[in-house]
Design a protein around this ligand. Structure first.
Ligand code: 13P
Ligand code: SF4
Length: 301
């Protein structure tokens, strides 16, 4: 049996559902039961029948699945895979900013720790942030930690007062307008598809801005032939799979999240055997963090 077959056998024997994000390597996406963006993965984690979920992604994704499903066993393929942006804000900063406003909602991007979620009113992902924040009654919005996603959403909701923190995704921040304009010179007719974790100046060059799933949907439905892709290169796997005759071009060599790429096929096999990197959360913290994630699922519906 090859590694893929061994994984399928173990997964069935142990009754495990495998969830993967579009940024992990294509061969890992191929063995997963469910592949999607952050919002889809948080929703599907609440629906799978299996008692155990193996997560191919980064820690905040596994933590979110555990927060929403305390009775399930959530195991990470590599428990050292984290999102650096998740640690760019702390509770003290949130409390200091909150103290200055009587009418404020703390909105945290799902790319945050369980502790930050436990101090937030509502969680959002890139595909539901606009919808959710538009529905909030508060005038002031403390958007943490991603200043770029927050800035982009603030342009779409001008009647609210956004307060940002200095968090960012290193992979998306490294995509520059120079990179995009250079790619556009080579492919002048290409549509520019941008993830909202990119800088607002890059977003301004876009033909379409959306989450990973939304970028894939846009390219798949489009009648165009060429696309410039401003997000992690893992997305190319699904883009090529769904659109074998279309061309997708990256803009620099750094469109590569090192943490997402820690999820390898060999580690999937090893962890299915050992089941030793389970997400364990303090129950009090989990309950507090659940409120903001549950509110996201409710308001995004
Ligand atoms: P989405 O899949 O929600 O677009 O998120 C992108 C991301 O950076 C995940 O870490
Ligand atoms: Fe975090 Fe960026 Fe990697 Fe996503 S791509 S996990 S936001 S570092």
């Amino acid at each position: 049996m090859n590694l893929n077959e061994e994984i399928q056998k173990l997964k069935t024997e142990k009754n495990v559902a495998i969830l993967a994000h579009y940024y992990v390597d294509g061969e890992v996406q191929e063995i997963a039961d469910y592949v999607g963006d952050s919002y889809y993965l948080s929703k599907i984690a609440t629906k799978v029948q299996q008692q155990t979920i193996l997560f191919c992604g980064v820690k905040f994704m596994g933590e979110s699945a555990k927060i929403l499903n305390p009775e399930k066993k959530i195991v990470m393929v590599d428990d050292s895979a984290g999102c650096p942006m998740a640690h760019m804000i702390n509770v003290e900063t949130i409390n200091n900013i909150k103290a200055d406003y009587s009418d404020i909602a703390v909105v945290c991007y799902i790319n945050s720790s369980a502790e930050i979620k436990s101090h937030s009113d509502v969680c959002v992902t890139s595909s539901n942030a606009y919808q959710i924040i538009s529905k909030l009654p508060q005038k002031n919005i403390l958007f943490i930690p991603d200043k770029h996603l927050g800035t982009y959403i603030s342009t779409k909701i001008p009647d609210k007062n956004f307060i940002f923190h200095n968090g960012y995704c290193p992979v998306h921040q490294a995509i520059t307008t120079t990179n995009v304009l250079k790619a556009q010179k080579t492919y002048p007719d290409a549509k520019i598809l941008v993830h909202p974790e990119c800088h607002i100046d890059v977003i301004k060059l876009a033909d379409f801005v959306g989450s990973t799933s939304e970028i894939i949907d846009y390219a798949t439905k489009s009648h165009e032939q060429n696309f410039i892709i401003c997000t992690d290169n893992g997305i190319l796997h699904e883009l090529h799979k769904k659109n074998p005759k279309k061309n997708f071009c990256l803009v620099n060599e750094k469109q590569y999240c090192p943490d997402m790429k820690l999820n390898t096929l060999q580690k999937v096999y090893d962890v299915l055997n050992s089941m030793d990197s389970e997400i364990i959360l303090n129950e009090d913290l989990r309950q507090k963090a659940q409120t903001s994630l549950a509110r996201m699922l409710e308001l995004a519906n």
